[in-house]
Design a protein around this ligand. Structure first.
Ligand code: PEP
Length: 246
């Protein structure tokens, strides 16, 4: 089964539009059941989105490392679970860049979320197209997954390779390049974290025109989609494609 995750980022700006988008995504998820579809709206819309999502799964765009207490502004793990969240995206490059989220913080979030039983999608990726992605990614994996062992439910971890230069630019990584990096990430996940069947997604300007080329690659287990996930008809076509490549 291949996975397609909708990262709505900080969109849309009304509950009404969030519900409309959740409904249309659910409709496609129901129609194409071979695809694993995950919708990650802003925290504010989780509860309303959950009412619409029966077949598609609910994701959050971040998590926190504990179950409550004096942490102003944070949404904790117990709250996410209560809202029906089963997936959390952690370490997105926009959070690393604009919120100054460090690898140490990401490590705490990944560890706590896995131990809490959530599916974790850890985002990693290099800034520049000209550099070897694995120089950055190996270091991110080492720091973000520090201390994790097989007993920590590491099998619930998925890594998303998201080159920063490709996010929101319309200039996607080549499918061959993405497959090569995915294979190298998998090698590390198996060697250092003993994950038997590691999963790696690609994200960065995936749309309805190029999605098939990524999903055709055996090394790529699915896609993380930003901008195109906000366009109901286009995202429906992408779910259909994910279904056919699953
Ligand atoms: C993302 O933000 O994770 C992403 C992949 O965005 P986009 O699809 O818009 O490049």
């Amino acid at each position: 089964m291949k996975t397609i995750i909708a990262n709505w980022k900080s969109n849309p700006n009304s509950v009404k539009d969030a519900v409309i988008l959740a409904k249309s995504t659910e409709k496609a998820a129901l129609k194409y059941p071979q695809a694993e579809v995950v919708v990650a709206p802003p925290f504010l819309y989780l509860t309303e989105a959950k009412k619409e999502l029966k077949y598609a799964k609910l994701g959050a765009q971040d998590s926190f490392w504990n179950e409550g207490g004096a942490y102003t502004g944070e949404v904790n793990l117990a709250q996410l679970k209560t809202a029906g969240v089963s997936f959390v995206i952690i370490g997105h490059s926009e959070r690393r860049r604009y919120l100054g989220e460090s690898d140490e913080v990401i490590n705490r979030k990944v560890s706590a979320s896995l131990r809490y039983g959530l599916q974790v999608v850890l985002c990693v990726g290099n800034q520049e197209r000209s550099e070897d992605p694995m120089r950055v990614i190996s270091s991110q994996l080492a720091q973000d997954l520090k201390g994790l062992a097989p007993g920590d439910k590491v099998e619930n971890l998925t890594v998303a390779y998201e080159p920063i230069w490709a996010i929101g630019t319309g200039d996607a990584e080549s499918p061959d390049g993405a497959a090569n990096v995915a294979a190298r990430i998998k090698e590390q996940l198996t060697r250092y974290w003993k994950i038997g069947s590691p999963r790696v997604l690609y994200g960065g300007s995936v749309d309805d025109k190029n999605i098939a080329k990524f999903l055709e690659k055996e090394e790529i287990d699915g896609v993380l989609v930003g901008g195109a996930s906000l366009k109901a008809a286009e995202f429906g076509r992408m779910i259909k494609e994910t279904n056919s490549k699953s």
